[in-house]
Ligand binder design. Structure first.
Ligand SMILES: Nc1ncnc2c1ncn2[C@@H]1O[C@H](COP(=O)(O)OP(=O)(O)O)[C@@H](O)[C@H]1O
Ligand SMILES: N[C@@H](CCC(=O)OP(=O)(O)O)C(=O)O
Length: 266
């Protein structure tokens, strides 16, 4: 599979877009929009996969805690998705960028005709210099919200699927932590960052724990699954801290940041 050398998919998690008390982290939105716009100005094509709809919706609806029933999660996502896109539009506009919204379900990737339409849409948007912003279509799908094994039901996996579909050269997963450690640093303060992983084998998988905050889902398990899927198609995958999206400049230059999972030679 030939990859577009200047095409990058960036995924950002809920824990980066909201703060510890569940409010929108406006500085994070702004920094992300600034870094992505700047990287696009350097000649790269950017696709952003953004989580956060449920958390932002929960906040906007003034619900005291994240809803537990599926119907309320879906309603919160419907409200939150609007807010997220409003915020992105506002911040990207400051940097003279146009964005587009693409909401997807796993099934959209399984039917060849839909897949082709989707690829054409991404390609057309990117050709026009637009930054597509992708999330799962939570209001009509419950795989992400409810799936048991979360294999397909997570935005980490969705970002890998989008990177493969769009033949991106790099996938950057921005989280609330500096990268992949030899154990969850929230539980093990002496955990060490692993800078490079060539093979995601069982030993590596055994180091991955679940989500760190009540807002994030999937934790490192789903990020590893995503990295495994993407690297198998030759796509270099980096996990880095979303509080410092300027790290993207280093990632592009090949300077070591976070954890790099090297794409397999095809
Ligand atoms: N081996 C590990 N290395 C780093 N973080 C880990 C590891 N195992 C579990 N985690 C947890 O994964 C969290 C990030 O995943 P998650 O909470 O789902 O965030 P996001 O919203 O960015 O997807 C970290 O905050 C951390 O607590
Ligand atoms: N589609 C959901 C995303 C859920 C999800 O995968 O969250 P995260 O682990 O923060 O990437 C939402 O927008 O709330």
């Amino acid at each position: 599979m030939g990859l577009y050398q200047n095409r990058i998919v960036v995924k950002v998690g809920t824990s980066t877009l909201t703060n510890d008390i569940g409010q929108n982290d406006l500085r994070s939105f702004d920094r992300l929009a600034c870094a992505l716009s700047d990287v696009q100005n350097m000649g790269y094509e950017i696709i952003l996969v953004s989580s956060g709809a449920i958390a932002v919706g929960t906040n906007k609806l003034k619900m005291k805690t994240r809803p537990t029933s599926m119907r309320l999660k879906q309603a919160a996502a419907a409200v939150g998705q609007c807010s997220i896109m409003f915020l992105y539009d506002k911040f990207f506009n400051d940097y003279d960028k146009t964005i587009a919204q693409i909401l997807l379900n796993a099934e959209d990737m399984e039917i060849e005709e839909k897949k082709e339409n989707l690829t054409n849409t991404f390609d057309s948007l990117l050709e026009m210099g637009i930054i597509p912003i992708v999330n799962e279509n939570d209001s009509v799908s419950y795989t992400e919200i409810e799936s048991e094994d979360r294999l397909f039901g997570d935005n980490d996996m969705l970002s890998a699927v989008v990177a493969i579909l769009c033949k991106a050269q790099k996938l950057v997963i921005l989280s609330d932590i500096d990268g992949f450690y030899d154990s969850d640093p929230r539980l093990h303060p002496n955990a060490k960052l692993i800078e490079r992983i060539a093979e995601i084998d069982e030993e590596v998988q055994s180091l991955a724990g679940g989500a760190g905050s009540r807002r994030g889902t999937g934790g490192m398990k789903t990020k590893l699954q995503a990295a495994k899927l993407a690297t198998a198609q030759g796509i270099d995958t980096v996990i880095a801290n979303g509080k410092n999206p300027a790290a993207l400049y280093d990632i592009i230059k090949g300077v070591s940041v976070g954890t790099l999972f090297s794409g397999k030679a095809l």
